[in-house]
Design a protein around this ligand. Structure first.
Ligand code: DC
Length: 244
């Protein structure tokens, strides 16, 4: 299917398609979402970056990350926008471009902590629904297929064994020219801690939507995973109305 076709199909609900990509940290969601967006001519929205931007603001304000009420107050005076580009999203926090400030371990850990609170999630989900309302998007996160867009035309749950995700994350950091890379064992430990929090929070825990296609990339090369996902999207878009 051409990019032009997928931009237009299938407007079952009066909007263009939504492709939801969910899965645990380090599964390769961002790479996959970016690829699918490019391939099918869609916009790519990384919802994790929104939680990260909010976490950065909370850290800057010196707020305790375990108190919902203070965080809620902060959320009430915060604006967050994703500006999708060809590569990663530009993230605007109260108008400031914080794209380069939200990928470090401190913000990563804080994002996972602030995202457990129902009030924060409800606010974020609203923002994400606004950003994706017109469709024509690949939206990536933890709860896109279950909560943000439960009627998304395509849902992929991308998974991989923790050890494999840890190793990939390590290599990714190395490639970005980090001078003293975090040891793989430490990356794996942080990843497991984040998995634990993301999967076990009471409000919208990370889990596949009942109608999601599970794509386990543990034994796949990047190329194989991308090809598999392309096929899932193309098949779904070719047969609109087959989702349950
Ligand atoms: O995808 P990421 O690693 O950038 O996400 C950072 C944190 O944000 C992650 O630990 C959990 C949270 N998150 C979430 O709860 N729901 C989403 N849709 C996206 C991210």
């Amino acid at each position: 299917m051409s990019a032009e076709e997928s931009r237009k199909t299938p407007p079952q609900s009066g909007r263009a398609v939504i492709v939801a990509i969910d899965g645990p940290a380090g599964a390769g969601k961002s790479t996959l979402a970016r690829h699918l967006a490019r391939h099918f001519g869609l916009l790519n929205l990384e919802t994790g970056a929104m939680y990260r931007a909010f976490a950065l603001k909370a850290l800057r304000a010196g707020l305790p990350l375990d108190q919902s009420s203070a965080l809620e107050q902060l959320a009430a005076e915060t604006s967050i926008r994703l500006d999708p580009g060809d590569e990663e999203n530009r993230v605007l926090l109260d108008g400031e471009d914080v794209t380069g400030l939200i990928r470090n371990p401190t913000v990563t850990d804080a994002a996972s902590r602030v995202s457990v609170f129902p009030a924060i999630r409800a606010w974020m989900v609203g923002l994400q629904q606004q950003q994706g309302a017109r469709g024509g998007v690949v939206m990536e996160g933890r709860d896109i297929g279950t909560v943000v867009f439960p009627n998304a035309e395509v849902k992929i749950f991308l998974d991989a064994a923790p050890e494999v995700r840890g190793q990939r994350r390590y290599e990714q950091l190395g490639q970005k020219g980090v001078v003293a890379p975090t040891p793989p064992a430490e990356i794996l430990r942080d990843l497991r801690a984040r998995d634990e929090r993301d999967r076990n929070r009471a409000d919208s825990p990370l889990k596949p939507a009942p109608d999601a296609v599970i794509l386990d990339s543990t034994h796949l090369t990047l190329e194989q995973a991308l090809a598999e996902a392309e096929k899932i999207v193309a098949d779904k878009l070719r047969t609109p109305g087959t989702r349950s």
